[in-house]
Design a protein around this ligand. Structure first.
Ligand code: DGJ
Length: 712
């Protein structure tokens, strides 16, 4: 640990976080943004502001712990009380421990008998992580209303980008000006939520995929939360988040602590892509980040739903294997009584009425065909019509005394803060994984939590969220090689806390390639493509009723963790051939897609998108040009290809996945069939390439490979 002066300066990858340690006050983040370099002897006087009239006599700033006691009247960091007292804490720094990339501030308020330990760290991708732990050092209970995490952003960041969404249309971007006051998002679903802003950002006016300076936060929590942007009349502006604790808050008995989830902050001076690229780099550097080629997955859900028989599924497995599928996932419907979504949840034993010989024959077939076997579970839920509920009606989250909590998809939520519930579930899951050679769990969670009370009557979302983390952690300890997919009615549990314990997310329930394209685009601001499941669904999407040709469906799915979710036993010969090509394409390019830098062009109108992945050394790139709606202009002009090395030359190859209908609006530029076209990176990134004029819901790819300089 270094000797700490009056400030702390964390730096990484072009990012600086400058923290001042004022006398008698919590530390203040004076700057989070571009690198400040080394600053010399004069310390940080340059950053102290003038004191305006009609204010306390000091430069009041929110501080890491924003508090009224030192003059700040914006959103406070800590709300809570000791039975109505100790409501205005005043923390002072007791100690500071600093290393090269992190700092821990120990702060106390002897009067309120509270301690806060705040940790800030910056990783090699320049992502800042902040969290607090609050401890009750008094002799009577302290009730925490909210413990918030806030990062300052400069006034230049006056446009907000966050996300809304609903079932089967997650992560819809929304923008608005950041003005005096608060823009608040509350997520009370008891899970992360379809409408959870994966990133909540503020940037310079008009910031775009590749332009503008952007500050973005992600709140790593799968329970209830609040995220907000605030500008005070004094000009303090911040992006903030807090766990939304239940009424009455979290009661801390003497000596007990409450820990916040982590708030991650990413800064970029090259638009939204710079934010995504930092998050992707962070995620890819995790020890448990999936490092094997992401397997082509077949999921049975939209192929058979609950209509499972050993014969149908063995047949599907054989068909899947012929396509070169590498992972076969048996979805919902395999366990006791589960003939529809009204019964069975909780009874995690194979239904012998359907599976007379158990799952072994299917698992054996799948494995003999060279595929991994995966299976669906929804451990946190129970149907009233189940053996588990009949035996333990008291195991559900509910308001005691109110007999019939609201059903949602015919199910209740188990109270995972109970040890007996935890024990039952860990045993059931452990048995399932021990008894069968299962490589993959699709872990679903199909409802919001309503009236989620624990047995003691108190609000249970906080405890049950920690309960599911504990359950997953314990299961992974026992079965470290099993991968887990986080599914929640599609994409309602996507956040970096669940991703600490899972290996893939199901992006959405919709396999409609058009909706899915944009869902994936906005999911990718946080997650790299290898973590986001994306399947080729049936020709007519079951959720929207919209029909897309295979070319468009497959084009979309290859830019993720590719899979198929469609009754391929009934595919026509043309579809079979098309799917073969799409799978070969994915296998050919998955290493690049799953390791390169994801880039997005800024196009002249929103009818089309241009996204690409560029290899880290710039030697190869794959771009996808997707015409989403009818183009307002007949053919796109040359479009610049972002992310390339200007000093390289590239061989250019156009690729179209098969089975696109070829209507009148499908015209190729002259170079399309030229096998020898070479263009400099400078031209490609400045002027760009002329692209095909496509009709709506069509996509093409452009593959670029570096041409070695002459003489080599
Ligand atoms: C919701 C999921 O998102 C679907 O993919 C499927 O697994 C169903 N649940 C099964 O009930």
């Amino acid at each position: 640990m270094k000797q700490v002066e009056t400030s702390v300066h964390l730096r990484a990858r072009g990012v600086s976080v400058l923290i001042e340690l004022p006398d008698g006050e919590p530390p203040r983040i004076l700057h989070w943004g571009g690198d400040l370099g080394e600053f010399g002897e004069n310390g940080i006087a340059f950053a102290r502001r003038a004191v305006p009239h009609s204010r306390p006599a000091t430069d009041v700033r929110p501080g890491l712990i924003a508090q009224e006691a030192t003059g700040f009247l914006g959103h406070p960091t800590l709300t809570g009380s000791r039975n109505g007292l100790a409501w205005s804490p005043s923390f002072v720094v007791e100690s500071v421990s600093e290393s090269d990339d992190s700092v821990v501030f120990e702060m106390t308020d002897p009067l309120a008998q509270l301690r806060i330990s705040s940790t800030l760290s910056i990783d090699r991708s320049g992502i800042l992580a902040v969290s607090h732990r609050l401890t009750n050092e008094g002799t009577d209970p302290y009730s925490v209303g909210e413990l918030a995490l806030a990062l300052p952003v400069p006034l230049a960041a006056n446009e907000i980008l966050d996300m809304g969404g609903r079932w089967s249309l997650e992560r819809q971007p929304q923008r608005r000006p950041l003005e005096t006051g608060t823009w608040l998002r509350e997520l009370r679903h008891g899970r992360t939520g379809f409408d959870s802003p994966l990133v909540f950002a503020a940037g310079t006016p008009g910031f775009n995929n590749r332009s503008g300076t952007v500050w973005a936060v992600h709140f790593a929590w799968s329970g209830n939360s609040r995220l907000w942007a605030e500008r005070t009349p004094e000009g303090d502006q911040s992006l903030a988040a807090a766990e939304l604790l239940g009424p009455g808050g979290e009661i801390l008995q003497p000596g007990e602590s409450y820990e916040t989830p982590t708030l991650f902050g990413a800064w970029s001076d090259r638009g939204v892509d710079g934010i995504g690229s930092r998050f992707h780099e962070r995620l890819r550097s995790r020890p448990r980040h999936p490092r094997t080629a992401r397997p082509v997955t077949f999921n049975t859900w939209e192929a058979v739903y609950f209509d499972q028989t050993p014969e149908t599924l063995s047949h599907l497995a054989e068909v899947a294997a012929r396509y070169g599928v590498e992972r076969f996932v048996l979805d919902d419907g395999w366990f006791l009584g589960r003939r529809d979504d009204a019964r069975g949840l909780g009874d995690w034993r194979v239904d012998r009425e359907v599976w007379a010989e158990g799952l072994e024959p299917l698992v054996t077939t799948v494995r003999q065909l060279g595929m991994q076997f995966g299976i669906w579970v929804e451990p946190e839920m129970v149907n009233p019509d189940s053996g588990l509920f009949r035996a333990h009606p008291d195991w559900i989250l509910h308001v005691p005394g109110r007999d019939e909590p609201l059903l949602w998809r015919n199910q209740y939520v188990l109270d995972l803060s109970r040890q007996d519930v935890f024990d039952y579930l860990i045993d059931a899951l452990d048995d399932l994984l021990t008894d069968h050679p299962i490589s993959y769990l699709k872990w679903d969670h199909n409802r919001d939590l309503l009236d989620a009370g624990k047995a003691d009557g108190r609000h249970g979302v906080h405890a049950t969220t920690l309960g599911v983390y504990r359950l997953m952690d314990e299961l992974r300890l026992r079965h470290p090689t099993v991968e887990i997919e986080s599914c929640s009615s599609g994409g309602a549990r996507v956040d970096l806390a669940i991703l600490e314990r899972t290996d893939r997310v199901w992006g959405s329930d919709t396999n409609d390639a058009l909706d899915r394209h944009l869902i994936q685009r906005w999911t990718s601001v946080l997650l790299p493509p290898e973590l986001v499941g994306s399947h080729v669904g049936p020709p007519t999407a079951h959720i929207t009723g919209r029909t897309h040709d295979l070319g468009f469906r497959a084009s979309n799915a290859v830019f993720g963790s590719f899979g198929i979710e469609w009754d391929i036993a009934r595919a026509t010969p043309a579809e079979t051939a098309g799917l073969d090509t799409a799978i070969a394409f994915f296998k050919r390019f998955r290493d690049l897609i799953h390791s390169g830098e994801l880039v997005h062009g800024d196009l002249p109108n929103p009818s089309a998108t241009l996204q690409g992945v560029v290899a880290k050394d710039g030697s190869e790139a794959l771009y996808q040009f997707s015409q989403l709606t009818s183009p307002p202009i007949a053919v796109p002009g040359p479009l610049p290809f972002p992310g390339l090395r200007a000093d390289f030359s590239y061989r250019v190859k156009g690729i179209e996945l098969p089975a696109h209908a070829h209507p009148a609006q499908h015209v190729m530029p002259a170079w399309w069939d030229d096998q020898e076209l070479t263009v400099s990176g400078q031209v490609l990134s400045t002027l760009g390439l002329a692209l095909p004029g496509l009709g709506p819901e069509q996509a093409v790819f452009v593959h670029l490979t570096q041409v070695p300089p002459a003489g080599l």
